[in-house]
Design a protein around this ligand. Structure first.
Ligand code: FES
Length: 571
């Protein structure tokens, strides 16, 4: 290709003092001059960190990407960005998703890159990197790190979703502390991200369904040698994408987002999918709103028998044919001409694929559940909407009226949930306030509250639960999440009281507080915001600018793209 067309030549192709400096300092890494003379420079945006165990193998994965880039005639440069590990970060990794997206956006734009490979794994690393890259819009391809191998505990297959069961069993005396200790070494037994269809796997499926990765990216286990081969091929492909000027905005059309929503329903993907996809769409300038996620009208059934909605694990999904085999079944529901990173229609990703295990990937005629996807519910308790994952809920609770048992915040919940004097009965509805984007802050995954111990002892395993927080993609239950507006900004959730009656009707798409409008207005008039804005630092910025869940919880000033042009050049 004509090297004048390369963005990187604005640095390495420059004459005079500036060009001298740009090249000279790169050469301290032992880079020979010819590598900087007109080859596409490809950034490898790496979320490797030993504090993000799901991404701890990414240095090795980056080497495979580099081999592919060199082979195709490009020049790779690996760079770090802040990593987001779901298990260790406090108060919640979601607090930092937007910060990482800014890191990614500015790192790409500020440097001599012609294209970028995003190495994504643990939950938030995928949306954060994609959001940042969309706001620059140079050729981009995603390589996911891949799921762990299935956990094995005393002859049983286990994954992250089992943690919730283990601890309910432990609380009710069915599992000892010693057994928990043993299980701890059996669950995360290989490199990679969570092995169920949690948020990380959902995000990996999302990028493949959007067309932002090569086919097969979603499910190849992290420790399978084919993961490295896919990384190598992605390195090959990004160099070609630079030559073809194939950018995210060419791939991420409105119908690509529709495909992702359809696929998410069929895989039983995480509720977090909605919040991240809304944010990505807003970055690339595609109109998408919460009602577009109501997949019941699409007639898409649940076709992946994977935990937490089903039985199997991501490893099984890969061996059964992976996402291409599932998408082939969905063909009639997909916009199959939309292009992907290959520059070809997405149907070419799956047309020749096969399903090797119908117990893992159902057919469109014989799905695992007619109920799939995310249901959006609205009502006086959440005028802007809330979400529930019906396939992970108890079907008899999808239409339910009950008395509210209210927790004012997470501390109040922790204090009371196991208190024998808590006034709660089996048919009641647990309500948790102030765990939304601004209120917590960061919207943690606490929406699937534990069942009160006194009910657990009676064998109760599910209740309707409502909050303005999120739920781990590995969680399950009849859990209404993302209530918007959140309690901390005076949404109706803030004025729900113990004993109020709430009616949920998922099929009708409604959730209402059975209290008169006059009474709601009277309570709201007395409500005042507790001043909980952090006085300084990133948390202050976050609380001042984070949007509500139904808009994707991005910062109000980050929507859209600033392009790749560097406005000022100080050298
Ligand atoms: Fe990283 Fe589950 S903790 S994907």
């Amino acid at each position: 290709m004509d090297k004048k067309q390369l963005r990187s030549q604005g640095w390495f192709g420059k004459k005079g003092k500036d060009g001298f400096i740009y090249r000279a300092w790169m050469k301290n890494q032992g880079i020979p001059a010819h590598q900087l003379e007109g080859k596409p420079v490809i950034g490898i945006c790496n979320t490797w960190s030993e504090l993000t165990p799901c991404n701890a193998h990414f240095r090795e994965l980056a080497e495979s990407v580099k081999n592919g880039i060199y082979e195709a005639g490009g020049f790779p440069v690996e760079f770090p960005v802040m990593s987001l590990g779901e298990t260790l970060m406090k108060p919640t990794a979601m607090l930092y998703r937007n910060l990482v997206s800014m890191d990614v956006e500015e790192s790409i734009r500020a440097n001599p890159l012609d294209g970028v490979v995003l190495l994504c794994g643990c939950d938030k690393t995928t949306p954060a990197l994609l959001m940042g890259a969309c706001s620059v819009n140079i050729p981009t391809i995603v390589v996911s790190g891949g799921p762990m191998l299935t956990g094995k505990y005393r002859g049983n297959d286990i994954g992250t979703s089992d943690i919730w069961n283990f601890f309910e069993d432990n609380r009710s005396g069915l599992m000892s502390d010693e057994e928990l200790y043993v299980a701890e070494s059996c669950l995360a037994r290989s490199r990679g991200h969570c092995a169920v269809m949690g948020t990380a796997s959902t995000m990996a499926c999302m990028v493949e369904a959007l067309g932002m990765s090569l086919a097969g990216n979603a499910a190849i286990p992290a420790s399978d040698s084919r993961r490295k081969a896919l990384a190598h091929l992605s390195g090959n492909r990004i160099v070609e994408m630079v030559k073809e000027h194939l950018k995210p905005s060419d791939i991420l059309s409105r119908v690509a987002f529709d495909n992702a929503i359809t696929v998410n329903a069929a895989i039983g993907g995480s509720t977090n999918f909605m919040i991240h996809l809304l944010a990505i769409a807003a970055r690339i300038g595609v109109e998408l709103n919460i009602d577009d996620f109501n997949t019941s009208e699409r007639g898409v059934p649940l076709m992946a028998n994977l935990q937490p909605s089903g039985k199997y694990f991501m490893e099984d999904f890969y061996y059964a044919g992976g996402l291409p085999a599932l998408m082939k079944e969905l063909d009639q529901h997909l916009y199959n001409e939309t292009i992907t990173v290959t520059g070809k229609p997405i149907a070419e990703n799956y047309r020749n694929s096969n399903c090797y295990n119908r117990d893992v990937i159902g057919s469109i005629e014989k799905p695992f559940n007619e109920v799939a996807g995310i249901a959006v519910v609205k009502g006086n308790i959440c005028e802007n909407g809330a979400v529930i994952k019906p396939s992970a809920a108890t079907s008899s609770l999808l239409k339910h009226t009950g008395k509210a048992v209210v927790f004012e915040n997470i501390e109040d919940y922790k204090d009371k949930i196991d208190d024998p004097s808590l006034d709660v009965e089996e048919g009641d509805i647990l309500v948790l306030k102030n765990v939304g984007p601004r209120g917590y802050p960061g919207m943690p995954e606490v929406g699937n509250m534990s069942i009160p111990k006194k009910l657990l002892d009676r064998g109760v395993r599910d209740m309707v639960r409502i909050s303005d927080g999120r739920m781990s993609g590995t969680g399950f239950g009849t859990v209404v999440l993302h209530v918007s507006p959140e309690a901390a900004i005076g949404g109706t959730l803030a004025i729900v009281q113990n004993g109020d009656v709430i009616t949920l009707d998922v099929q009708a798409g409604t959730i209402n507080l059975e209290v008169t409008d006059e009474e709601i207005a009277r309570r709201k008039a007395k409500w005042f915001a507790a001043d909980k804005i952090a006085p300084r630092g990133y948390t202050h910025l976050y609380q001042m600018h984070v949007e509500q869940a139904h808009l994707g919880a991005d910062f109000d000033f980050l929507k859209g793209s600033s392009g790749s042009e560097v406005v000022k050049d100080s050298h």
